[in-house]
Design a protein. Structure first.
Length: 326
């Protein structure tokens, strides 16, 4: 795939072929493939990832409602109902929709109901972490609990602990926690940096939480775009190289790449390329294959909203890295 005719594609399922089939069915208004896929999905990490992708597709239709009407006793359908309710509430909040509070309350109730219905499932708790973002003024007690370690801010630590109890170091749970910290208007950026280092420091080998510091670095880069002269140095700093190398060794070398998040793979390829570690980046680009993601590449362009520019950066980085890896 190194030829000049190579063209990347975006698909939320990435290399997960079974999920891609279910997504295609969802887009045509059918739920059976989704139900069958979730029935045979093993492991809470993969379950969380697949339900997240499916909900993002299903949120614009009534397909999950149709599934629940056909199979009212299905626990998977109830969890997907929760997923869709949370996705809609988050989207409404992002758009400033007048029904945001109503959708938020509906989603919160759905989370509590599915937590009772599926007590071993981390997804209802992950969904509650997603809803914590909507509490912009941090008015709810459960969103400002004392942290479990020094240099960390108050937050929804109890909810994270519930997710952790069911699926230790659940990828989405820790990403939701990071997003909560960025949403805190009064919180310093160092809190997010401290959190990702704390999280990665306790994550087991093979955990996608080891990639989390790369997301924090990309966000810092995005926020400092005005300091043009400092931008390139951002990626070759000693700590940037250390974070990229750590993610490669602690996650990539041990991960189930067939089910790895396309975002994680793209962030790691981007970090290694930015750190001038081209040979290592080449191995990650091979794993990425054709399933690219707009982020983080878009932040390396003059207009992050222009997907074509982001694709140019991706292709340039890929070509440079693969040339070094041959």
């Amino acid at each position: 795939m190194a030829g000049s005719d190579f063209r990347p594609v975006y698909h939320p399922a990435g290399h997960d072929n079974e999920l891609r089939v279910a997504v295609q069915d969802l887009r045509t208004g059918r739920w059976v493939a989704m139900a069958q896929l979730l029935e045979r999905t093993g492991g809470w990490g993969l379950w969380t990832q697949r339900t997240q992708v499916l909900a993002a597709v299903a949120a614009g239709s009534d397909v999950v409602q149709a599934w629940r009407a056909e199979q009212p006793d299905s626990v998977a359908a109830a969890v997907m109902h929760t997923r869709v309710a949370v996705e809609r509430a988050v989207r409404a909040h992002r758009a400033g929709h007048p029904r945001t509070r109503e959708l938020w309350q509906e989603a919160w109730r759905a989370c509590r109901d599915s937590a009772d219905l599926a007590p071993a499932d981390p997804v209802p708790w992950v969904c509650l972490l997603a809803l914590a973002l909507l509490d912009e003024e941090v008015l709810m007690d459960e969103h400002r609990l004392p942290p479990p370690g020094p240099m960390l801010p108050p937050g929804p630590w109890g909810i994270l602990a519930e997710a952790d109890q069911r699926d230790p170091h659940n990828r989405e749970a820790y990403h939701r926690m990071l997003q909560f910290m960025y949403a805190r208007a009064s919180g310093p950026r160092s809190e997010a940096a401290n959190f990702v280092q704390w999280a990665a420091g306790s994550a087991p080998t093979g955990s996608a939480v080891h990639v989390l510091p790369l997301y924090a670095r990309v966000e810092r880069y995005r926020r400092e775009r005005g300091q043009e002269r400092a931008l390139d140095l951002h990626w070759v700093a000693e700590d940037a190289i250390r974070d990229a190398t750590h993610a490669l060794e602690a996650w990539f070398h041990h991960a189930d790449l067939a089910h790895a998040s396309p975002l994680d793979l793209n962030h790691l390829a981007h970090a290694l390329w930015g750190a001038l570690q081209f040979t290592e980046a080449a191995r990650v680009f091979e794993a990425v294959g054709r399933y690219w993601t707009t982020l983080p590449w878009a932040y390396r362009t003059r207009d992050p909203a222009d997907q074509a520019l982001a694709e140019e950066v991706f292709l340039r980085a890929r070509s440079r890295s693969l040339a070094a890896g041959t």
